[in-house]
Design a protein around this ligand. Structure first.
Ligand code: ADP
Ligand code: MG
Length: 251
């Protein structure tokens, strides 16, 4: 479904990703972990076509199509969806206006107000948001948790196939994180979706159990393993030659 081959990416002449390769098949869950500044958010933005990032070398194919030749809107239409690490505010643009236009554009179909609210209200109830949430400006004055839930609402309405979550768990309290994880799990089970989950924690991975966990170091994947790797990292850190359990002095 997604094939990233030997990708090298730079920003203002500084190489950020080096020889980065990753393949995600249909209905697979992959997790990407790595120290701050290792390039995790960069790969997310490159996948969505952020023009800040220059592709020096390599290729990205999505559903067999050369992604690097597509603009961001085409990528979204093809079913790519990114939940940003810090979802931005778009004051003055209502959630309802943006979402209805996006839904109509995606499905090439007109939705009456009634049809649209039926879809939305159902989702709002599931993720425990008030009905008036849809009338607010996009992320305007919303708390960290509300922003992430708003992204989740958009996800359910637009029904993408490959979902990239860039630290969806940051700035979210444990109760809301459980609601978000549960909802993502339901989405995974009811849609033929794949996930690329970037996180420092295993909380969300207990519900969305990854097929593979990759460690990104200095712009390159240096290790890939099953879900146990995430728990190992959470317990012992990235520098696992110095495992905490081994360094305890049991005198
Ligand atoms: P992570 O998400 O893993 O913490 P990022 O992908 O955000 O890391 O950043 C990787 C490196 O690239 C960092 O050193 C960061 O400062 C740099 N970087 C990312 N985006 C830009 C940019 N637009 N301009 C300059 N440097 C950038
Ligand atoms: Mg980041």
């Amino acid at each position: 479904m997604l094939e990233i081959n030997n990708l090298t990416v730079s920003v203002s002449d500084k190489i950020i990703l080096k020889d980065f390769s990753l393949t995600i098949k249909e209905h697979e869950i992959h997790t990407l972990m790595g120290l701050n500044g290792s390039g995790k958010s960069t790969i997310c933005k490159v996948l969505m076509g952020d023009p800040t990032y220059k592709i020096v070398e390599g290729s990205i194919f999505y559903k067999g199509i050369d992604l690097l030749k597509q603009d961001t809107v085409s990528r979204a239409r093809m079913g790519l969806y990114l939940v940003n690490q810090n979802p931005i505010e778009i004051p003055g643009v209502k959630n309802s206006e943006m979402l209805r236009v996006a839904l109509e554009q995606k499905n090439n179909k007109h939705y009456s107000v009634l049809e649209f609210y039926k879809i939305v209200n159902n989702i709002l109830e599931k993720i425990k948001l008030d009905k008036d949430f849809i009338h607010r400006g996009i992320n305007e004055n919303m708390s960290g948790g509300e922003r992430k839930k708003n992204e989740l609402l958009h996800l359910w309405v637009l029904e993408p196939d490959l979902i990239i979550l860039d630290e969806i768990d940051s700035g979210v309290d444990i109760d809301n994180l459980n609601i978000i994880s549960e909802s993502l799990k339901e989405y995974y089970e009811t849609h033929n979706a794949s996930f690329l989950i970037i996180t420092h924690h295993t909380n969300i991975l207990k519900k969305l159990v990854p097929n593979y966990v990759h460690i990104l170091n200095d712009g390159k994947i240096i290790e890939s393993k099953d879900h146990t790797l995430a728990f190992d990292i959470e317990n012992n850190g990235f520098n696992r030659t110095n495992k905490v359990s081994e360094s305890i002095d049991y005198e």
